[in-house]
Design a protein around this ligand. Structure first.
Ligand code: FDA
Length: 303
């Protein structure tokens, strides 16, 4: 049943018609619980609240299924406006981006051009830009774009999905680059991705431990208390300083645990999606945790 629901929501998350329609609906189905704001002003208020609790943020201007250059340019301008805001308000916040939003499916050079404009401004303000990893079709193009950007910038990194069979190889290749380790949110074929939770978790721990003893900063992005517990033990036993890594969780998930980790002295960063393009993001969150379905029922029946 859990697997059926997961596949159902992942399928919905990639439905272009629903994604496009949802932009006009406003937040529905309980999405506001996981989306930190509709615009720069509202997400800034939420970031300030998190910062006051000792939590850093990474902000994501929601948007997928972009096939027109004008939309990518609009997204780039919005990201740049967010960078200006982070700088003006001195927020403890970096930025996460999705390359498909910046034109990866339209023209790779156009996408690189957009990223360079973003990175130039981010570098001026000393802000890190993280490239989220999308589905496997975009995996190699994302790595290719990253490698091109790394020739000129050191304030950019990406995400490694531990469900990918090639994850360790790529992690080794990007040894000196700041990376976020996640389990992986898309439905991928067994040819390219581990399918069982045991394999995915085992690989996550292997990659995270390798990174923690390596030279570059690592974001450990999971809500899994077992993995977090084991890694806390690992860093203590190996004397790994807490400024070498951070824990990351999504906005609206395990909030108490986020505060607790920050209070314990760990660097904690919350991923804050904002904007009107919430549908695909929200459906992937439902796929991961069908318990969140009760939010949909509340939204539908409490009218
Ligand atoms: P998982 O969902 O496997 O849960 C493990 C266990 O933790 C559960 O069985 C339960 O016991 C407990 N648990 C989990 N959530 C809970 C909750 N809300 N309350 C109580 N207990 C809970 N993916 C991707 O493909 N590309 C990307 O770029 C990113 N980026 C990203 C950034 C950040 C900051 C995060 C946290 C995640 C991502 N992801 C991602 C998503 C990631 O790949 C993955 O799908 C989700 O994090 C879900 O997996 P978990 O590791 O959280 O544990």
């Amino acid at each position: 049943m859990q697997k059926l629901l997961r596949n159902f929501f992942i399928r919905l998350s990639t439905n272009k018609f629903l994604n496009q329609s949802a932009r006009k609906w406003g937040f529905r189905l309980g999405a506001e619980r996981f989306v930190a704001g509709t615009d720069i002003e509202s997400v800034t208020r939420t970031i300030k609240k998190m910062n006051q609790q000792g939590i850093s943020c990474t902000v994501d201007n929601l948007g997928e299924f972009v096939f027109h250059k004008e939309e990518s340019i609009q997204a780039k301008n919005q990201i740049i406006a967010m960078l200006n805001k982070i700088n003006e308000e001195n927020l403890d916040c970096h930025v996460s981006v999705k390359l498909t939003q910046l034109g990866l499916d339209i023209d790779q050079d156009f996408c690189i051009g957009n990223m360079k404009e973003i990175l130039d401004i981010a570098a001026r303000y000393d802000i890190f830009i993280n490239i989220d990893m999308e589905d496997y079709i975009h995996f190699q193009p994302t790595i290719d774009v990253l490698k091109t950007l790394l020739k000129d910038y050191n304030n950019v990194g990406t995400v490694i999905q531990s469900y990918l069979r090639c994850a360790e190889e790529v992690t080794d290749e990007l040894r000196d680059v700041r990376l976020r380790i996640v389990k992986g949110a898309y439905k991928e074929s067994p040819d390219v991705a581990f399918q069982s939770k045991e394999d995915i978790d085992r690989n996550f721990l292997k990659l995270a431990k390798k990174r923690l003893t390596g030279p570059a900063f690592t974001s450990i992005a999971t809500h899994d208390h077992r993995i977090i517990g084991e890694l806390k033990k690992f860093v203590a036993e190996n004397g790994i300083p807490t400024d070498r890594f951070e824990f990351q969780m999504l906005y609206g998930f395990r909030q108490e645990m986020q505060y607790d980790l920050a209070k314990e002295g760990y660097r904690m960063t919350t991923y804050m999606p904002f904007g009107h393009d919430w549908f695909g993001y929200y459906m992937r969150r439902l796929a991961e945790r069908p318990q969140n379905l009760n939010l949909i029922f509340k939204d539908v029946f409490n009218r």
